[in-house]
Write a protein that binds this ligand. Structure first.
Ligand SMILES: Nc1ncnc2c1ncn2[C@@H]1O[C@H](COP(=O)(O)OP(=O)(O)OP(=O)(O)O)[C@@H](O)[C@H]1O
Ligand SMILES: [Mn+2]
Length: 367
């Protein structure tokens, strides 16, 4: 294809989305997009409607758009001990790190995200309108703050404050508008209960996967393997907040799951939440290429944490992750590999084992 210099990096990204992945490595398109989001002048700001915490839709001079999530806490602050996954604050650095982790694992299913340092006084306040504009104030410490309007954490005691007016945030490239590429929203089969006392069916039913694997679209094609890929990604970063997922309608059912919304990942570096792997250990299947990636990182010399760190070093806000999270990622890689080994052993131990136990667990579906 001939290069078309009149397209912006945002348009290029959107036009090149394929059935198999959100982007490819070719021609520096990704690098240009990340650079545009990190440097272009912002010309319009609007609050994103819906959702629980404050998000802003940022328009750039070139007409591109990004979803902005602000920094609330320093990198070392983790999920509060008495918070559930659904009351946890969102972390802008988790959005950045999740994009890089998804890319390093070769999935390319998360929209590109860059970090950026903003000046609230010159880049946000002059563009704020309506309800957002009315939430700006100067804190007792003399910092510029705002809180916007949303259904959680949008009040004076949860304000987003600059230092005194600089603010870090994450910018995620916008997917094409609904008119160009409509998306289907799916309820995640291993969705948590989002209730402080209730459990979901998959948490109490040992045969839950039998139900799912016989239910369309999980009964054929790549879908269940993609759910397991997503569980592996989520387990590595401790993301328990996967209630829904989306796909592009135009690609039908035989397409990747878009990895969206990672603001609650990387919240507990000392804790490995095994239940995130439920799709893996309940179904006992994993995509061959995904497993090979993990084995290669496990064998070295480059560990997954090294690859991630190298990738994150390109972000303007580097360092993105607190150091204990890197150790957690390598520790969790081992846990995933152990889980797969246990699956194979279980298959071998079943009375009517076919002798092909490995092929029943490790699926080569060509992706
Ligand atoms: N990069 C993007 N481009 C277009 N739409 C997006 C993008 N990222 C997210 N969205 C849409 O906005 C919705 C909210 O985004 P996100 O889930 O990140 O925020 P949230 O505050 O965690 O929302 P919720 O509370 O609903 O989970 C998503 O479900 C998705 O439909
Ligand atoms: Mn969310």
């Amino acid at each position: 294809m001939r290069s078309r210099p009149n397209l912006t990096s945002f348009e290029r990204f959107q036009l090149l989305i394929r059935k198999q992945s959100l982007y490819s490595d070719q021609d520096g398109i990704l690098e240009n997009l990340l650079r545009s989001m990190g440097t272009e002048e912002i010309v319009h700001i609007e609050q994103k409607e819906g959702g629980t915490q404050l998000k802003l839709i940022m328009d750039f001079e070139s007409n591109g758009q990004a979803m902005f999530k602000p920094m609330r806490f320093p990198r070392e602050q983790e999920t509060l001990p008495n918070h559930f996954y659904f009351t946890d604050f969102e972390r802008h650095n988790a959005e950045i790190a999740a994009f890089h982790l998804d890319r390093v694992l070769g999935f390319k299913r998360a929209p590109p995200v860059t970090g950026r340092l903003l000046n609230i006084s010159s880049e946000i306040y002059p563009l704020a309108e309506g309800q957002l504009l009315h939430t700006f104030f100067v804190s007792p410490a003399g910092n510029i703050c705002f809180h916007g309007k949303c259904s959680y954490y949008c009040d004076t005691s949860h304000a987003i404050c600059g230092n005194p007016d600089t603010l870090e945030g994450s910018f995620a490239a916008f997917l094409p508008p609904k008119e160009a590429a409509a998306r289907k929203v799916w309820r995640h089969p291993w969705r948590r209960s989002y209730h402080k006392r209730r459990k979901a069916q998959w948490e109490v039913d040992g045969d839950y996967c039998d139900l799912i694997r016989s239910t369309p679209p999980y009964d054929r094609g790549r879908r269940l393997l993609d759910v397991v890929d997503m569980a592996i990604l989520d387990f590595l970063m401790g993301n328990m907040d996967r209630h829904h997922y989306e796909t592009f309608k135009m690609f039908g059912n035989d397409t990747f799951l878009i990895h969206l919304d990672h603001g609650r990942a990387f919240g507990r570096s000392k804790h490995d939440e095994i239940s995130i792997l439920a799709p893996l250990y309940q179904c006992c299947i994993v995509r061959k290429t995904t497993l090979e990636k993990l084995i290669n990182f496990h064998n070295g010399p480059e560990r997954l944490s090294d690859a991630l760190k190298k990738s994150l070093a390109q972000d303007p806000l580097n360092p993105i992750l607190w150091e204990p999270h890197f150790r957690a990622i390598d520790r969790r890689t081992n846990i995933i590999l152990k889980t797969v080994r246990t699956c194979i052993q279980q298959r071998k131990d079943t009375p009517n084992a076919s002798g092909e136990s490995v092929d029943e667990v490790i699926i080569d579906d060509g992706f």
